[in-house]
Design a protein around this ligand. Structure first.
Ligand code: SF4
Length: 246
């Protein structure tokens, strides 16, 4: 395609609003100082992205729901720009009150769920039943997907986790092979190989995505145009993901 038709802005931009989190997962890659971005700065960036045709903004951090002006920021983006709003969360702060503040201002939510039951509880130090309770609120708020850290502890529960996510109404399931950081050693070679064998055989109920590793690449079967009439639909309008193993 000729450069004249190239998009002026990235399709999707992720912004880590804050380094604050109330959990302390061993595999967390986020910095542990309590810094947060200035709201006026974030708004200026978003205005510029919107003016140049960016499709969506993804809020993360550590835990974006701990950002002081989070509901107001989501509301502002939805009302003042054409950008879709998504965020990644552990979901434990999404109660009825926060959901009411966010309702209508979020287009997709990514919920972290690593393993099920005792595995989840050991990794996240939160009751799995509490996560399930919050997932019931999340699914009323917006379409959502699951982020799943894959390591030797969680891999055996992958099929069970996908089934559970489907029963809760998740739209897709993102596999995140654990990266080595701090106390977390990362995914080991045997588990990585097992994951590589598991992916081509997958025939489960949810569409999959996988974070790129040296051995993997994600391809989407449907690319969106910067001239799409509804940018918010364009961001999450993909049909299926293909996973190509090198
Ligand atoms: S919930 Fe997420 S941000 Fe918080 S410590 Fe765990 S991995 Fe890090």
């Amino acid at each position: 395609m000729a450069p004249a038709f190239w998009a002026q802005a990235p399709r999707q931009v992720s912004i880590a609003l804050t380094n604050i989190c109330d959990l302390s997962c061993a595999f967390c890659y986020a910095p542990k100082n309590r810094a947060s971005l200035n709201a006026a700065t974030v708004i200026a960036w978003i205005r510029e992205l919107d003016a140049n045709g960016c499709l969506g903004i993804g809020f993360g951090g550590s835990e974006p729901t701990l950002y002081r002006k989070f509901p107001a920021l989501c509301k502002w983006v939805t009302e003042q720009t054409q950008l879709a709003v998504t965020f990644t969360t552990h979901a434990h702060r999404i109660d009825e009150r926060l959901a009411a503040q966010l309702e209508g201002y979020v287009h997709f939510i990514r919920v972290s769920m690593d393993g099920v039951a005792a595995t989840y509880e050991n990794l996240r130090n939160r009751p799995f039943g509490t996560l399930q309770k919050h997932l019931r609120i999340v699914r009323q708020l917006a379409p959502f997907g699951i982020n799943f850290i894959v390591n030797s502890r969680t891999f055996p529960e992958l099929d069970c986790a996908i089934q559970l996510a489907a029963e809760f109404g998740a739209r897709e399931f993102l596999l995140l092979p654990e990266q080595p950081v701090r106390a977390g050693g990362g995914i080991d070679e045997a588990t990585l190989q097992a994951l590589g064998d598991w992916i081509p055989a997958y025939a489960g109920p949810l569409q999959l995505a996988i974070q790129a590793l040296a051995k993997y690449q994600i391809l989407s079967t449907k690319y969106c145009s910067q001239k799409h009439k509804n940018r918010r639909k364009a961001v999450y309008g993909f049909d299926i993901w293909l996973i190509v193993i090198y």
